[in-house]
Design a protein around this ligand. Structure first.
Ligand SMILES: *Cc1c(COP(=O)(O)O)cnc(C)c1O
Length: 223
């Protein structure tokens, strides 16, 4: 099946559930991306700053670029002028830097807090406790140029669907809990970025509002 046919098949399911699709285009050529763009899909995700910036420069300017991978503080400045949503905020330090760079661009940058939900050891992401600490911090109210609009999580890489479902469900419950209980912009705090090629159906059943799908659309990646 071609990328376009795959895209349409996935979109049909997601549109019905009002779930947004981020087409993960890391490692793909601009030609591959343009094919999908020309079919009417304009939301793409990248996980490396250098690749994101060069694709932004080469491709049409109405693409909404999502940063989904680990972001180093010293690289925020390169994406601050154009990035649509950063899914991978994993420290207060990073959030402050995004705020600073957004301010100099006279923008407000939307962000998701990445939560470590997998059972595997992971280098990045907040624990549930750390998110609660962050949301209670006074400093947060001073960051006028970032808007926290939700949470992102990646389930354990496993065939055990029950485990994946359980991890997503806990995150959804946590999302509802903090939305009710913290000083956050409740009108805007509504996104839950869960679900990739292998587990997006489960994620949608468990409350995902955005899925990040790469290989299912573009085929397996060759690094
Ligand atoms: C690569 C990547 C995806 C997409 O993975 P697929 O399995 O190709 O769908 C989703 N989220 C993040 C953070 C990624 O790095």
């Amino acid at each position: 099946m071609s990328a376009i046919e795959k895209l349409k098949e996935i979109r049909a399911v997601l549109d019905e559930q009002h779930v947004k699709l981020i087409a993960v285009s890391k490692t793909r050529s601009t030609t591959d991306i343009l094919e999908v763009y020309n079919a009417g899909h304009k939301v793409f995700g990248e996980n490396r700053v250098n690749e994101l910036v060069s694709k932004y420069e080469e491709l049409p300017k109405d693409i909404k670029w999502h940063m989904i991978g680990h972001l180093q503080t010293n690289k925020v400045k390169y994406i601050a002028p154009f990035v649509h949503l950063i899914h991978s905020v994993d420290s207060l330090k990073l959030l402050k830097e995004i705020n600073k760079r957004a301010q100099s661009q006279e923008r407000v940058i939307d962000c998701l807090l990445q939560v470590h939900i997998a059972r595997e050891e992971a280098k990045f992401g907040f624990s549930y406790n750390e998110i609660e600490e962050l949301l209670a911090a006074d400093e947060l109210t001073e960051l006028d140029n970032v808007r926290i609009i939700g949470l992102m999580g990646m389930a354990t890489f496993t065939d055990n669907e029950a485990q994946v479902r359980d991890e997503f469900r806990k995150l959804t419950d946590f999302f509802k809990k903090i939305k009710a209980g913290y000083f956050i912009d409740k009108d805007h705090f509504k996104e839950l970025s869960i679900g990739m090629s292998a587990d997006y159906s489960t994620a949608v059943e468990e409350g995902s509002t955005m899925v990040r799908i790469g290989s299912l659309i573009f085929g397996e990646r060759n690094y």
